[in-house]
Write a protein of this length. Structure first.
Length: 455
């Protein structure tokens, strides 16, 4: 054990004896592997890591935390890590793996440990879709409870909007099903700030009828980026709700692990997912603005879209930054592409902008998380390749944020916060006050980790 590793201030021996699952402490050889998050740039050092086997194990964890003066932080498979988790019992919920699809009712029951890939596979050939994230390996629970923006968000709203009900373990040990009729305050909090008010063990999600999906991918010369994004900006105000669009400015490094076709290349891509072929014809406005170098359009599936994503499939160090934009004017578009082309910004591999609006502007359920009124969700990615220092990527992300900050929306999405972001960036002061009151009523002893609540 190194000097930097924490030791629990009290013995967790009673917890070890009460568990069916696995407990790992800082002096255990497996501690470093168990504590690691998905983003290896985040160094979290909890007082203990537990893999509970069932509800009774979760109750034992709550009891042990209360007796030790510790908190309980739930992180199913490492995504969404932020901070050191000092003094927390890090709880992994992989054992909660129930997955049931009721196609007639258009409902999925999903355990807290289930990843999106399993849900997407289970929906193949059903004519139904789920507003999942772009990565197959992200957990459905963390994504949904943090808001969640997906390929289908213009058509179905945020992932949190699909949450019909949840099974939740209260800090007092009560395990119950809640919905908007039985506990509207808890449901409001779960849709965006979930982990702050209880431990969710299962979700009930509403599925989207999507008997046909059509995908489109258009690749343009990097010099055409401003014209392409202007055309998309002008389209956004009247785009059909069935059309979902991502636009990316890519500047690929000359790295040996990349395919030859993209290694060292810069280009702009427009990727779309539509509910019908007619929805996709709206992209004619983009073709009129610039000629694609490559184009592929045709029937697709949610599984195919997930498989084609460039999301990492293994934990790795990475730095990124996101911001929701209220507007996207010509001057900002020109400055964005000029900035990304600068030699000094080589570490900024990708800048992605997702078209908002559509169903996002008409939430179907009350929720803490919202992008209502925002126009675009912008993200910068600065992956940390082996042997490269982190400072250039961090500087580029800071420069990108400074460029876009004057156009920022009032709300951000919890699932897209960087490791320093708080829920204060995602809600009004009144909403934060309401969330604190719900949390205080549910957890007066503060046994649940406060997560991203503003300090």
């Amino acid at each position: 054990m190194t000097a930097a590793q924490p030791r629990p201030s009290v013995s967790f021996a009673p917890l070890a004896g009460a568990l069916t699952g696995r407990l790992t402490l800082p002096d255990d050889p497996a501690y470093d592997a168990e504590r690691s998050p998905w983003n290896l740039s985040v160094d979290q050092r909890p007082a203990a890591v537990v893999h509970p086997a069932d509800i009774d194990d979760l109750r034992a964890i709550l009891t042990a935390a209360r007796e030790a003066g510790a908190t309980v932080a739930v992180q199913p498979n490492g995504h969404g890590a932020a901070g050191s988790l000092e003094g927390a019992i890090l709880t992994r919920t992989a054992a909660f793996d129930r997955l049931e699809i009721d196609a007639d009712a258009r409902v999925a029951v999903i355990g807290a440990g289930v990843q999106w890939g399993a849900v997407i596979d289970a929906l193949e050939s059903t004519g139904l879709a789920v507003p999942s994230g772009t990565s197959r390996v992200v957990g459905a629970a963390g994504y949904t409870l943090g808001g969640g923006h997906s390929w289908l968000s213009r058509s179905a709203g945020l992932g949190a909007q699909s949450l019909r009900a949840a099974w939740i373990l209260r800090p007092d040990g009560t395990h119950e099903r809640v919905d908007d009729a039985s506990d509207p305050d808890t449901m409001w909090a779960l849709r965006g700030a979930g982990g702050t008010v209880g431990i969710v063990t299962e979700l009930e999600l509403e599925l989207l009828e999507a008997p046909t999906l059509v995908g489109g991918s258009l690749t343009f010369d990097a010099a055409d980026g401003p014209a392409v994004l202007r055309a998309l900006r002008d389209l956004a105000g009247h785009a059909p709700t069935g059309l979902n669009v991502f636009c990316s400015s890519m500047r690929m490094p000359d790295a040996p692990m990349l395919p030859e076709a993209v290694r060292g290349k810069s280009f702009v891509s427009v990727e779309a997912l539509a509910l019908t072929e007619s929805d996709l014809t709206a992209l004619d406005a983009v073709r009129a603005a610039a000629s694609p170098q490559h184009e592929q359009v045709g029937p697709t599936t949610q599984a195919a879209m997930a498989a084609a994503s460039m999301e990492p499939t293994d934990p790795s160090p990475s730095r990124g930054g996101s911001i929701a934009l209220a507007t996207l004017d010509d001057a900002t578009i020109d400055a964005l592409f000029a900035f990304h082309a600068e030699p000094a910004q080589a570490a900024l591999v990708g800048v992605n902008l997702r078209m908002l609006g559509g169903a996002l502007d008409s939430p179907s359920r009350p929720a803490f998380a919202t992008l209502q009124g925002a126009g675009w969700l912008a993200m910068g990615l600065a992956p940390q390749f082996p042997g490269t220092p982190p400072e250039p990527g961090a500087a580029s992300l800071a420069g990108l944020d400074a460029l876009l900050r004057p156009s920022a929306s009032e709300r951000m999405l919890p699932t897209f916060l960087d490791e320093r972001g708080t829920l204060g960036h995602c809600a009004s002061a009144d909403d934060i006050t309401r969330l604190r009151a719900i949390r205080e009523a549910a957890d007066p002893d503060g046994v649940l980790h406060e997560g991203r609540l503003p300090r």
